[in-house]
Design a protein around this ligand. Structure first.
Ligand code: ATP
Ligand code: MG
Length: 254
C-alpha cells in the first residue's frame, strides 16, 4: 500500500456525486497536482482526505492505517495539514502569533505544567518560537513577523496560510489553489516556497488552475472531470491527452 491511498472513494451531496469511485495513490515525497474544471470535485477530494467531509463510501489509508472516519483534528495530528481555497486569518493576530497558534498543536507539555512555568514548558516554548521563526525565514515572511496578519497583501496572506498549515509539522500538505488571485510575481514566490517545503521532505498535494505553476511543481498529475478521475501521470503528457483537453474545452481556466 502506498503512503497515502484512496480506494473507491465517493462523496455524494444529495443525488450529486461530487467525487465518484476515486482510486488514488500518493507517493511519499512527491508533488501531486490535482486539476480539473470548476466543480469537478477537487476541493471535495481534499475535504474528504482531511475528514472535513466523511466519504459516502470507500476508504482512505495513511501509512497503512485507515484514516477515513477519524475526526479532522486527529488527522491533522497524524501529519496531514491543509490550506483553504480562501484566506482565513485569526482576527487581530500578528504574523508570528498566527503561526504560533498552529505550532502549539505540537506542544506536548500539559496545561498544569505550563501554568506552573516548569523548565520543561520554558524549554519547549523556546524551541517552538525558534522553529516558527525558522519557518518564517524559510518562507521569506520574516520581515513581517510582528505585523498584523490582516495588513499583509493578498499574496502574503495566502503564504501565511501555508505557513500556518506547515507549523503543525505535517508529513503531507494539501494546498487548495494556493496562487488564486495572484499576479505572476506573487505566484512565483509561492512556487519557490512550495518547492522549498517539498525539499524538506513534505509530500505535497496541490490543486492548481495555473498551468505554469502546475508544470513547474508537479511530479505527477491526476485530472478530475465531473467527479471522476479521467487521467493520471506525468504532467506534460497528461495535459496533452485528448480527454483532458476536451474536459477543459469551453472553460476559461486553462
Ligand atoms: N457542501 C456542499 N454541498 C453541496 N454540494 C457541494 C458541496 N461542496 C461541493 N459541492 C458540489 O460538488 C461539486 C464539486 O465541488 P468542488 O468544490 O469539490 O469542486 P472544485 O473542483 O473544487 O471546483 P472549483 O475549481 O470551482 O474550486 C460541485 O458540483 C459542487 O457544487
Ligand atoms: Mg475548489
Amino acid at each position: 500500500m502506498s503512503f497515502l491511498e484512496l480506494t473507491n472513494v465517493t462523496k455524494q451531496f444529495g443525488r450529486l456525486s461530487a467525487i465518484e469511485d476515486i482510486n488514488l495513490s500518493v507517493n511519499q515525497g512527491e508533488v501531486l497536482g490535482i486539476v480539473g474544471p470548476n466543480g469537478s470535485g477537487k476541493s471535495t477530494l481534499i475535504n474528504v482526505m482531511t475528514s472535513y467531509y466523511r466519504p459516502t463510501s470507500g476508504s482512505i489509508y495513511f501509512k497503512g492505517r485507515k484514516i477515513s472516519g477519524l475526526r479532522p483534528d486527529k488527522i491533522a495530528a497524524l501529519g496531514i495539514a491543509r490550506t483553504f481555497q480562501s484566506n482565513i486569518l485569526f482576527e487581530g493576530a500578528t504574523v508570528l502569533e498566527s503561526v504560533m497558534v498552529s505550532a502549539y498543536l505540537q506542544y506536548k507539555t500539559n496545561n498544569l505544567q505550563s501554568f506552573l512555568r516548569t523548565k520543561a514548558y520554558r524549554d519547549e516554548y523556546e524551541k517552538i518560537v525558534g522553529k516558527v521563526l525558522d519557518l518564517l525565514k524559510m518562507l521569506e515572511l520574516f520581515n513581517d513577523t510582528f505585523l498584523p496578519a490582516s495588513g499583509l497583501s493578498h499574496g502574503y496572506q495566502r503564504m501565511l496560510g501555508i505557513a500556518i498549515a506547515l507549523a503543525s509539522g505535517p508529513k503531507v500538505l494539501l494546498l487548495d489553489e494556493p496562487t488564486t488571485g495572484m499576479n505572476h510575481e506573487e505566484a512565483m514566490f509561492v512556487v519557490e516556497n512550495i518547492r522549498k517545503i517539498n525539499e524538506t521532505g513534505v509530500t505535497v498535494i496541490l490543486i492548481e488552475h495555473n498551468m505554469k505553476v502546475l508544470l513547474d511543481l508537479a511530479t505527477r498529475v491526476a485530472v478530475l472531470n465531473f467527479g471522476i478521475k479521467i487521467a493520471e501521470g506525468k504532467p506534460k503528457e497528461v495535459m496533452n491527452k485528448r480527454e483532458v483537453i476536451e474536459a477543459y474545452l469551453g472553460t476559461e481556466t486553462i
